[in-house]
Design a protein around this ligand. Structure first.
Ligand SMILES: Cc1cc2nc3c(=O)[nH]c(=O)nc-3n(C[C@H](O)[C@H](O)[C@H](O)COP(=O)(O)OP(=O)(O)OC[C@H]3O[C@@H](n4cnc5c(N)ncnc54)[C@H](O)[C@@H]3O)c2cc1C
Length: 530
């Protein structure tokens, strides 16, 4: 008697296929693994990366399929180390919500706050989201004023407003964290208008142009589900009595609540001051500082993609560079690379400036940039104060503002001049930065120790990408790689240690960094709460 077939959910990794416009993956599965085409119930691409290392160009897929096969065929397939059997996850139960006295409040409308709100409303409670900055439609005007005329709106800028710090970014969705929740974040972005292939390509990005549409779409969907958004509303105080949250004081007065999702990012230093003064446990953590470097896009493309440079399947080339300094044990690495992007200035304070990177979905500007940073540990800084990292960062950003000419122009130096400690008279080329640049000596940003580690790192990168120094222009100063402080959380309940009802999430909590990991952190905390 023929053996009975049952449904198996299988994950297949490292499936190499030649690069083609429309690849029939069902046919590939039939020919590689002997499956019957009609037995494949569905096929989902989890990931697609591009392999250009050999003489030909390949797509490398990770797939999940539901397929009807016999047990002996399944056993045979599972001997292949690239195939794994998956089990269905059981759904979690909704509880607690019915007992809530007041609606939870989410402070901050960045990725962490938005995804906490999505999760809460999915589980039956519509929170109030309070955000100090403007909606995207107005925020774009504030950011344009900053970029064109150096006029800062301290309440609504590159850091603050609908979508948080990521709205004016490259929108990279890469993260080293492993979590099944990443798929949920991607699905939400796709439902709100992102390209469908972000669900499976290996290094997905959205670009600032799509983010400016996607984020308002998500917000509007949440409004329809009952979430209230208070934009242009700054939270100035959090009421905590006997270790329990009681409410927030915002521009428009007191809002009572017993539960706050604190998703304020790591630019809002006032919030840390507030928590510190209220005795919430904060601890300093490691972060990284340095410069941003910009090259012509064509230069990076040709160095990274060689003969495939310009191939439409590859797009603008990325790089990730890392160097371990033998003398000091410190790491220098590239961070937040923006291929085909722009170097941008960021500030929420009238006397400070730092750099970052942004690009459009097409990544088609003439430049590619990345941060080049050195790791800083709390021991590198004097004192025991939990907020000492912010004092260090603010000093650097203030210096950048002064060196740039007090008008949000950015101090710059040819990388080769920085290495040789020479003053740059003329830049080797124009840059992508607005409102303008000012030739300066970036050697004075850091003490000799940090400056020389950065130089050794740059020299190492120059061996990996020939011409990296000669073709590079440095911009001062990169400070916002991750928060220099952590709001210590209870490991199980995710609340700030000893404070019932206060859930620090996202980058500002010190437990996440970047759009994807902050979004996942927001989901996780809301799930634990529900
Ligand atoms: C220019 C730029 C480019 C970037 N590029 C990328 C990238 O390509 N990929 C990536 O993964 N990450 C990128 N990042 C980092 C990423 O944007 C952040 O890690 C992420 O946005 C953090 O999410 P969050 O929700 O924790 O906080 P944020 O996004 O910082 O959001 C916090 C929100 O809280 C609000 N807020 C703060 N204080 C108050 C208050 N007192 N009252 C009310 N509201 C308040 C702020 O206005 C803000 O909107 C970039 C950042 C910048 C600035």
């Amino acid at each position: 008697m023929a053996e009975k077939k049952s449904k198996y959910k299988l994950k297949i990794i490292n499936l190499c296929c030649p690069v083609e416009e429309s690849m029939d993956l069902h046919a590939v599965l039939v020919s590689c693994f002997g499956l019957n085409k009609e037995d494949i119930v569905d096929l989902t691409i989890l990931r697609r990366s591009t392999d250009a290392r050999k003489n030909s160009l390949f797509f490398v897929y990770t797939l999940v399929i539901n397929v009807f096969i016999t047990k002996s065929d399944a056993d045979e397939l599972l001997e292949n180390k690239n195939i794994e059997k998956l089990f269905e996850r059981s759904k979690r139960l909704i509880n607690k919500i019915a007992r809530l006295k007041n609606r939870p409040i989410v402070i901050g409308c960045g990725p962490a706050g938005i995804f906490a709100a999505i999760t809460l409303v999915e589980r039956g409670v519509a929170p109030i989201v309070v955000e100090r900055g403007e909606r995207v439609i107005d925020r774009v005007k504030s950011v344009d004023k900053f970029m064109n005329f150096g006029e800062l709106n301290p309440e609504s800028n590159m850091f603050y407003g609908e979508g948080g710090a990521g709205t004016f970014s490259d929108g990279k969705l890469t993260t080293r964290m492993k979590s099944v929740l990443k798929d949920r974040v991607l699905r939400e972005f796709i439902d709100a208008g992102a390209e469908k292939d972000i669900a499976y390509i290996s290094r997905p990005h959205l670009g600032t142009d799509s983010l400016r549409k996607i984020i308002p779409n998500i917000v509007e969907k949440l409004v329809l589900k009952g979430v209230d958004f208070l934009f242009n509303t700054n939270v100035q105080n959090i009421i905590i009595e006997q270790g329990r949250v009681k409410g927030v004081v915002a521009d428009n007065g007191l809002i009572k609540t017993e539960n706050i999702f604190l998703a304020t990012g790591h630019s809002s230093v006032e919030i840390y001051d507030l928590l510190n003064n209220k005795g919430v446990l904060l601890e300093p953590k490691g972060f990284a500082v340095g410069f941003r470097i910009e090259h012509p896009r064509e230069f990076i493309d040709s160095r990274q993609h060689g003969k495939f440079s310009g191939n439409k399947f590859l797009g603008a080339a990325e790089y990730y560079l890392a160097y371990k300094d033998k003398k000091t044990g410190k790491g220098v690495y590239s961070f937040c690379m923006c291929p085909g992007g722009y170097v941008v200035g960021c500030s929420s304070l009238n006397d400070a400036l730092c750099t970052n990177g942004m690009s459009k979905f097409a990544r088609d500007s003439d430049f590619s940039n990345a941060a080049i940073v050195v790791s800083i540990s709390p021991d590198d800084l004097e004192g025991d104060e939990p907020l000492k990292g912010f004092s260090f960062i603010h000093k650097l950003e203030k210096y950048a503002y002064e060196l740039g000419g007090y008008n949000f122009c950015v101090p710059v130096q040819n990388a080769v001049d920085f290495i040789n400690s020479n003053v740059t008279e003329n830049l080797i080329r124009e840059t992508s930065y607005r409102p303008g640049v000012k030739c300066s000596d970036l050697n004075y940003f850091f003490d000799d120790r940090i400056a020389s580690i950065l130089k050794r790192g740059l020299k190492d990168f120059n061996n990996k990408i020939l011409g990296f120094i000669d073709e590079g222009i440095l911009f001062g100063v990169e400070t916002r790689t991750s928060s220099p402080v952590r709001i210590v959380r209870d490991k199980i309940h995710c609340n700030a240690l000893g404070i019932e009802g206060l859930f620090p999430v996202g980058e500002g909590s010190g437990y996440a960094g970047g759009i994807m990991s902050c979004a996942v952190d927001g989901i996780k905390a809301a799930e634990v709460f529900c």
